[in-house]
Design a binder for this molecule. Structure first.
Ligand code: SF4
Length: 402
């Protein structure tokens, strides 16, 4: 084990109360397809993480004293299945050789599903890997944006992957990107997931992030259509009696249940993206980032990039004293304070996603974004309306007490 100072020993540092929640490892930035809304800048690069970088990553994260009972590793930020199975066999063996790590770690992968086959499924089952696939809905919606480098749609190939997963009885969840085109088809999208027994779906709106500098949702006229889309999806979810669970509404229920509103003493709701090291992201070359995972590997004029150190040369406690890290942390915390001052959803949200603030508003030290309007505020409004209706409360009754 490498000698290192624990982050919790660094004087005055606001280490995350719950420890590290997520370690995101980018085994390679490469992706085998070319979606038109992708935010990753290096997706044609075939560089990959070495075993020594992987081992140092795990050792440094544990040595920083931030890991609790469990650590979830997500292999992401490129297409993880584009690397051969042998890469992961070696990587998992390297992790297993570190006694401190092997009992606590679980693995997840977020994949485009194009390369799934029997061999991958056997490996996924044998290693208990939690799998997420990216499928935007039926082919006419999915294929409009999720394309090969030659411009062909990828839906048919992904659905072959789904068939193989079914044969091997492997459960998976799906992330679907909502573009302007998708807003016209909530029924068709929901029916697609129902028809294919896809029971857990998260909707990501098409974000302005990284190298994706435009979004079809940026037009002012789509505001009501996005809200209508989510309301319709909520209605369909209820009608299906929870056969398909939608992440955004599950999170809204959870945030409402956990919200603490105390006018005397402001409490900060948990938000992994604004707590340093609650999420740690490590790139193929050992670069360390934290806060929003989407900051990994991004270049910009203000900070240069969001790499705060390298696992081969730095401990996480070295990262904390770095000027760039302190600058970013300060700006993110200013943004959280702005949110707490301005936003009535703060007790549910805790200050949103720094990467969306940076890419939409040009600064971390800002509050509302398109991302939070549609993926935090809108689902909370929908769920609160529904709860009020079920309890027989209407606005005129509430206004009576004002
Ligand atoms: S909903 Fe948006 S504006 Fe409100 S606290 Fe969250 S990020 Fe800030």
């Amino acid at each position: 084990m490498v000698a290192t100072q624990k982050i919790s020993d660094v004087k005055g540092f606001p280490f995350p109360p719950g420890g590290v929640d997520l370690l995101i490892i980018q085994p390679s930035p490469f992706c085998n397809i070319n979606c038109d809304y992708c935010y990753l800048p290096e997706r044609t690069s075939q560089k990959r993480m070495s075993t020594s970088v992987l081992k140092q990553t795990i050792e440094k994260v544990f040595a920083a004293g931030l890991v609790g009972d469990k650590l979830s590793i997500v292999w992401h930020a490129g297409e993880p299945l584009a690397l051969p199975i042998s890469f992961y066999s070696e990587a998992f063996q390297a992790i297993a050789s570190l006694p401190i790590a092997k009992e606590k770690i679980t693995h997840s992968m977020q994949s485009n599903g194009m390369l799934l086959n029997d061999q991958w499924c056997s490996f996924i089952r044998a290693n208990n890997i939690r799998l997420g696939l990216s499928i935007d809905g039926p082919s006419f919606i999915h294929d409009a944006h999720r394309k090969t480098r030659g411009g062909k749609g990828t839906h048919a190939q992904v659905m072959k992957g789904v068939e193989v997963l079914r044969r091997h009885q492997i459960e998976f969840h799906v992330i679907a990107v909502v573009t302007e085109q998708a807003l016209n088809f909530p029924d068709e999208i929901f029916q697609f997931f129902l028809d294919h027994d896809i029971c857990q779906v998260g909707f990501n709106i098409e974000e302005l992030e990284g190298v994706n500098r435009t979004s079809t949702l940026m037009k002012g006229s789509v505001d009501q259509r996005i809200k209508d889309f989510f309301r319709r999806i909520f209605y369909l979810q209820k009608e299906s009696e929870g056969t398909v669970r939608i992440r955004e509404f599950d999170r809204a229920y959870q945030a409402i249940a956990q919200a603490k509103i105390d006018d005397e003493q402001l409490t900060f709701p948990p938000n992994d993206q604004v707590a340093p090291f609650a999420i740690i992201s490590v790139a193929y070359d050992g670069s360390i980032s934290t806060f929003s995972p989407e900051l990994l590997g991004m270049k910009n004029s203000e900070y240069g990039d969001f790499c705060f150190g390298n696992v081969m040369t730095d401990d996480l406690s070295d990262v904390v004293s770095g000027r760039k890290f302190q600058h970013v942390l300060n700006d993110i915390q200013t943004g959280v304070w702005l949110c707490s001052d301005e936003c009535e959803y703060f007790s549910f949200c805790g200050g949103g996603a720094p990467s969306n603030k940076y890419y939409e508003n040009g600064s971390f030290a800002t509050a509302e974004t398109m991302f939070c309007r549609y993926t935090i505020k809108t689902p909370i409004d929908i769920v609160l309306d529904d709860l009020e209706q079920s309890l027989g409360i209407n606005n005129s009754q509430l206004n009576h007490w004002n």
